[in-house]
Design a binder for this molecule. Structure first.
Ligand SMILES: [Zn+2]
Length: 257
């Protein structure tokens, strides 16, 4: 590299070489220049051209450093979960991180439109991947087979009453934050079959023993997939829907009432 014979350039380049060990620093330096006789104007120009690229690598390095607003990487569990959803052909897409007030928010939310076997989530809901996977597994393993076994019909859709919402439990002032505010919960109001039958979670009349049996079966099994299962009979807040969430309790305790 002939250019290093020139003392001026060595002095100018020294900080560049120290500042950045990466090769791009060398790239913009005109190698032909040192062969030109140093003229006053050229020297100034050289000095200018060499020193201009100097700050360039620095902002690039700075931008790569994680800042508060930058998205956090997916955890290994989330990567595995998303792969499962894809394999199961759940209809979903990733949406922007939600940073709500206080503790509200979901770092990597997804919007679920449909589950496997063409079951529609109506309307689509925003939740964590873990919640979506539990919903998918429960629907595939229990709800859809129960519809087939009891009504000899296919499950068409699940009525989504609520997924992500920034609120406290039961929307009560001063209560603990709801799992809904973390994207970890889903409220289901009804199930609709291909043939048009609508099974409302609100307790059907006793004469509708098939619907009662269906609701009992799917609610029982929901506790295998979710850690909280509430519904009609639990309290006044859950008289018309199932509340299913993914809260983690000490010793893995599940609350299904
Ligand atoms: Zn709920």
């Amino acid at each position: 590299m002939g250019m290093f014979r020139f003392h001026g350039l060595v002095i100018i380049l020294a900080p560049v070489l120290i500042a950045a060990s990466e090769p791009p620093v060398n790239a913009p330096i005109p190698t032909a220049r040192p062969q030109i006789e140093p003229v006053a104007e050229e020297s100034v120009e050289q000095g200018a051209e060499v020193s201009v690229p100097l700050p360039t690598p620095r902002p690039e390095v700075a931008e790569d450093k994680p800042e508060a607003d930058e998205p956090k990487p997916l955890t290994a569990e989330e990567v595995s979960c998303l792969a499962d959803l894809v394999e199961l052909e759940v209809d979903f897409k990733a949406v922007d991180a939600i940073h709500g007030e206080g503790q509200c928010g979901v770092e990597h939310p997804i919007k679920v439109t449909g589950l496997s076997s063409g079951v529609v989530l109506d309307p689509p809901g925003v939740m964590t991947c873990a919640a979506a996977l539990s919903l998918e597994n429960w629907t595939r393993e229990t709800v859809a087979p129960a519809a087939d076994a009891i009504f000899h019909d296919e499950l068409a859709s699940i009525g989504n009453y609520s997924t992500y919402v920034c609120r406290t439990r039961n929307s009560l002032t001063g209560a603990k934050i709801s799992e809904h505010a973390k994207g970890n919960a889903i409220d289901i109001g009804r199930f609709v079959l291909e043939g048009g039958r609508v099974i409302d979670v609100r307790s059907p009349p006793l004469s509708e023993f098939l619907e009662l049996g269906f609701l009992y079966a799917v609610r029982e099994d929901a506790c295998e997939h979710f850690t909280t299962v509430l519904g009609p009979g639990t309290d006044v807040f859950h008289s018309d829907h199932f509340h299913l969430d993914m809260i983690q309790r000490r010793s893995g305790y599940r609350y299904c009432k």
